[in-house]
Design a protein around this ligand. Structure first.
Ligand SMILES: Cc1cc2nc3c(=O)[nH]c(=O)nc-3n(C[C@H](O)[C@H](O)[C@H](O)COP(=O)(O)O)c2cc1C
Length: 230
């Protein structure tokens, strides 16, 4: 048996992985960055082949990892997690610096950053795992807590608005909602999908001052998804 709920019991952090250079830089949100060896210090980062950043890491042979903190602005999620650098310049107007290898490093909303030089790449089908050796690392704001994936899912998504208790329910069997077919609504700004079958509360019943848990857009900025082919 496979219980997909068990997958959410695995812990992760939340990071911005950047690559490229001054002329062509980009980054994406990742929850799959982890240290793989201590001597030498090496990190792995799992990146979809479809991500623009994946192309840049393959090209430049290096990447940076910015460790997001719990107070990071929601717009960072909208921009770096739901939009592609193929379409927009994500680093424009952001606070960044360039590392020893020339890669951009995002400095906003972070506790610390790492910079790694790729020493191996593993093809795992849909994704590439880049193994990088640490070339530098720095603490930027030690007063902040690193964000975890659980925090992102439960606090940013469920408890940030005033009517937080209505968002507490993460996953309930769809059978409890089967009288009315659950609907889905997409945030026009960041693409976040509010899925009634997961949230267990109808979109229409959310308070008018509820906002997108990812980028902070208003409730009225959501559009109902009519087709299932999304
Ligand atoms: C919370 C969160 C975690 C994510 N984790 C990963 C990840 O580990 N690997 C990945 O390839 N994409 C991940 N993504 C998706 C990318 O951030 C997203 O596809 C991004 O738009 C890719 O940007 P790019 O095309 O500019 O590189 C995650 C997104 C979110 C919101």
């Amino acid at each position: 048996m496979i219980n997909t709920e068990a997958l959410f019991k695995v812990s992760y952090g939340i990071y911005i992985v950047c690559s490229g250079n001054k002329e062509q830089g980009n980054g994406y949100i990742s929850n799959t960055v982890f240290q793989v060896t201590a001597e030498p210090v090496r990190f792995a980062s799992c990146c979809s082949k479809k991500n623009y950043t994946s192309e840049l890491i393959s090209k430049t042979g290096s990447f940076s990892v910015s460790v997001l903190h719990t107070d990071v602005s929601p717009e960072i999620f909208g921009k770096f997690g739901y939009k592609s650098g193929k379409d927009i310049d994500k680093l424009k107007g952001m606070q960044i610096k360039y590392g020893l290898t020339g890669v951009p490093i995002l400095l906003e909303g972070i506790v610390a950053f790492l910079e790694c030089k790729v020493i191996d790449t593993i093809d795992v089908g849909t994704h590439l795992i880049f193994i990088g050796e640490l070339v530098q690392s720095e603490i930027i704001d030690d007063s902040q807590e690193p964000m975890t994936y659980q925090y992102y899912r439960q606090v940013r998504k469920g408890l940030a608005p005033k009517n937080a208790p209505t968002f507490m329910v993460k996953t309930k069997p769809a059978a409890k909602l089967d009288e009315i077919k659950p609907k889905k609504f997409r945030c026009n700004a960041c693409g976040f999908i509010y899925d009634e079958s997961v949230e267990n509360i109808k979109f229409a019943d959310l308070s008018p001052d509820w906002v997108c848990p990812v980028c902070g857009s208003e409730k009225e900025d959501f559009t109902e998804i009519i087709s299932e082919s999304i």
